[in-house]
Design a protein around this ligand. Structure first.
Ligand SMILES: Cc1cc2nc3c(=O)[nH]c(=O)nc-3n(C[C@H](O)[C@H](O)[C@H](O)COP(=O)(O)OP(=O)(O)OC[C@H]3O[C@@H](n4cnc5c(N)ncnc54)[C@H](O)[C@@H]3O)c2cc1C
Length: 482
């Protein structure tokens, strides 16, 4: 009987975890390991909100493993060296892991795999984070898709594996556990104070993720298509951190949603809408895999020399602190500070405001989100920012500016979301809550930091990208009415 090391990374779950499942299926002893190596993720080491989630999720996974007579072994440092030392200490013959797709981690994993192979160790890599491997989907010319819809359609031609993989009630433990650190010694929580309310808001870990998924499937899922755009409603799943850390696999989420709609709600209306969002996640990973430089550089090369505003620190700070004087922007940014999360509609509006109204490079916004979001995800965050800026894969949004006033009256008509996050203007009647500068007396709330007519984009898109008249007309129309 020999040992197999299962190197857990962002697959912090027991169920439907192929690396773990196939290790257990061999009948050998399984040693679950977590290595904290943030430097190997540079320049995208986990941000402070993300680290908070990670710490608690690891704790939950260790507890779940202990309930199965196993444990999670914690280490800190260079992954390769630690794996080599563990292999030596345990006489392990194989290492299993589920793939990660971030450029620096892909490179690292390939190197580790080659090095371990050379010393006779079997390395098995599995697909645990995505529905489809990014290299499997190509267009007829054998090239990657750049648009979402044809990508999604192409994915439909590849059937998904049918059953999520279940694990046994108890694991075979090694006769002697190798030495390891305890979770606290990893010091992941160095920035914990930035999210003091974390424990009241979120419950990381696989078990809590399942609770959330069940609640979601029994409740608001059936109204997802109608409610998903309204930030004052509890109309979205909030499963993004669990998907990011792999507490749930996308296959489990999609499977549970389909099952619930059919068996509990008696219809499958709405599944397309939810499935589409899960496929946006797939698309984000797909693009990141094929265009690894997109985390820093715009996919549309016309944007490489974009004349972003100089001396923008004051605007950037006001945006970060939720003090821009535009209620929907400020509500969103304060929700982010207080909870580490923000509704998708509001993410789009605040990103558009930063880039298109303030003229601040999308990379600045992406970095702030990276540090602040509990679901900070390199693929989704990069795609989100490039998409809103209009320099990403889909062409249409480059003409769009999300007008914060129209957005707030359309998606929060009664100002409930604004009231929740902006106590200074909560008392105002609804119309003034959307535009507090029109209220008398003036509330104790900042005046708008920038004129709405001052968009850097008007110049840029009209004179450069949209020099064709038809394009300009479309831009102006979409600015006024999106
Ligand atoms: C500027 C910007 C930055 C973003 N940064 C991130 C990020 O760092 N991490 C992140 O997970 N998402 C990011 N998103 C995408 C989206 O806003 C979140 O996934 C969503 O708000 C999470 O809430 P939910 O789980 O309730 O989503 P639901 O609406 O319930 O959707 C279910 C799942 O589908 C996926 N999904 C939904 N919308 C998108 C989308 N537009 N793109 C990719 N995947 C999607 C998520 O995994 C989500 O959990 C960003 C969007 C924008 C516009």
């Amino acid at each position: 009987m020999s040992n197999i090391i299962v190197w857990l990374r962002r697959d912090l779950r027991l169920q439907d975890n192929p690396a773990l499942y196939y290790a257990l299926a061999t009948g050998h002893t399984v040693i679950p390991v977590y290595i904290y190596a943030p430097d190997e993720e540079a320049p995208w080491q986990p941000g402070s909100a993300s680290r908070c989630w990670l710490h608690h999720s690891l704790q939950a996974l260790d507890t779940a493993l202990r309930a199965k007579q196993s444990a999670l072994l914690f280490y800190k440092g260079r992954s390769l060296r630690i794996l080599q030392a563990l292999i030596k200490a345990t006489q392990a013959k194989a290492v299993h892991w589920n793939s990660l797709y971030e450029p620096s981690l892909l490179k690292r994993d390939r190197f580790i795999k080659a090095t371990l192979h050379k010393s006779g160790i079997t390395v098995r890599r599995f697909k645990g984070a995505l529905l489809h491997e990014p290299w499997a989907i190509k267009n007829q010319a054998g090239k990657p898709y750049q648009l979402f819809l044809p990508f999604w359609q192409a994915c439909q031609r590849f059937p998904l594996e049918r059953l999520p993989l279940a694990v046994p009630d108890t694991f075979k433990a090694p006769i002697k556990w190798p030495k390891s650190l305890n979770l606290k010694e990893l010091n992941i929580l160095a920035h914990q104070n930035s999210h003091p309310k974390f424990a009241n808001i979120w419950q990381p870990g696989e078990a809590a993720a399942w609770q959330r998924l069940h609640k979601w499937c029994r409740g608001a899922l059936s109204e997802y298509a109608k409610q998903r755009d309204f930030p004052y409603l509890d109309g979205v799943s909030r499963l993004s951190p669990s998907l990011h850390f792999g507490e749930l696999s996308p296959r489990q989420v999609l499977g549970a949603a389909k099952y619930a709609l059919y068996h509990l709600h008696g219809h499958t209306k709405g599944i397309e809408s939810y499935e589409r969002q899960l496929y946006w996640r797939e698309f984000a990973y797909y693009l990141l895999y094929h265009y690894p430089k997109m985390t820093e550089q715009p996919l549309d090369t016309q944007f490489q020399k974009f004349p972003w505003r100089n001396n923008s620190q004051e605007l950037l700070t006001a945006w970060q602190q939720g003090q821009t004087g535009y209620p929907l922007i400020d509500a969103g940014m304060r929700e982010l500070r207080a909870t580490g999360w923000m509704h998708n509609r509001v993410r789009m509006v605040v990103a558009s405001f930063l880039t298109k109204n303030c003229g601040i490079p999308w990379q600045e916004g992406a970095r702030w989100f990276w540090d602040s979001l509990v679901d900070a995800d390199l693929a989704n965050n990069t795609l989100g920012w490039q998409w809103v800026t209009g320099c990403g894969p889909d062409a249409a949004p480059s003409h769009r500016i999300f007008n914060p006033l129209l957005q707030s009256s359309r998606y929060d008509p009664q100002g409930q979301y604004l009231r929740r996050w902006l106590p200074e203007i909560a008392h105002l009647p609804i119309p003034e809550r959307h535009k507090p500068w029109a209220a008398t007396p003036k509330p104790n709330y900042p005046a708008p930091i920038i004129e709405m007519s001052n968009e850097i984009t008007t110049d840029f898109w009209n004179k450069r990208i949209c020099s064709r008249p038809v394009c300009s007309r479309r831009f102006i129309a979409s600015f006024s009415g999106l």
